[in-house]
Ligand binder design. Sequence first.
Ligand SMILES: [Zn+2]
Length: 338
Amino acid sequence: MTTKLAKAQHAQYFQRFIHLLPNQLAIHDSIRLTIAFFALSGLDVLNSLDVLNEKKRTEAIEWIYQLQVSGAGPRSGFQGSTSISNDASRYQTGHLTMTYLGLASLLTLGDDLSRVDKKSIIEGVRACQNDDGSFTATLTGSESDMRFIYCACCISSILDDWSGIDKHKAIDYITKSISYDGGIGQGPGLESHGGSTFCAVASLFLMDELTKTLTEKQMNRLRYWCLMRQVGGFHGRPNKHEDTCYSFWVGATLQILGARHFTDATENRAYVLTTQDSVLGGLAKFDNSPPDPLHTYLGLCGLSLLGEPGLQGVNAALNISQSAFAQLEEIHKTWASD
Ligand SMILES: [Zn+2]
């Protein structure tokens, strides 16, 4: 078993995605920004963003701004790819996940967000909230659940403007989604899941409503539910196989709940490292399966939460590096003094 994190190989792995979308990922063109975020923030967590020179970083920033759909009223936000061209502007529409990842990627690249059309984007967020408090990803019809409440909270937190969210309704949706077993599902009556539990807890935390909303008993049941997800590495639901990404989803939830120190860090790290390709780079979901950008990024973030040497710290709630978060705090100070 490999016990050393193959940092240089993982940095190489991410660089392959910056300019090129590999063949097998071409079907994901419409969410190209997601892959860019994993690669950029992944390099950042590896303390290796400097492999991109100034010119490449500027090009990346320009590309992300091209994805911004601004001044489009409720359709404002970021879209996932430039394949939806400006010529077809009536088809352009923001997507909450892409807006969150666009803003997070700009922060990672050291941009000051000065060209972000904050007012339009918040209008776009507002338009996506449903009566039950949940959010849809886009105005053009999509699923609506906890994931998009989380993206709406990240956008509002980054833009330091909560006027696009009816917090009362969102909190109501979240509390109704707490399951009988103490975990949280994608919506009311749905099975508890590590991903939706993260989205719910991080949303409450970003809204500054976590301890005001949940009772101590609910918090303890959540901590217990999350701790029970460790089976060496972490899985997302009872009786499932451990999976690299839950070292972040569940690990970050426990970090926000102040209970990560109750986990077995050695076992968790050992599992994540069994999924790494130490020759070509990248981390996979399971050992003996092929690496992908999502599991590589979230695996590294999971290791970062454990204090892995050589990795940068991550902000658990926003899922960005500590330096990107520090950049955001500076931007907020500037906006406050405007
Ligand atoms: Zn996974």
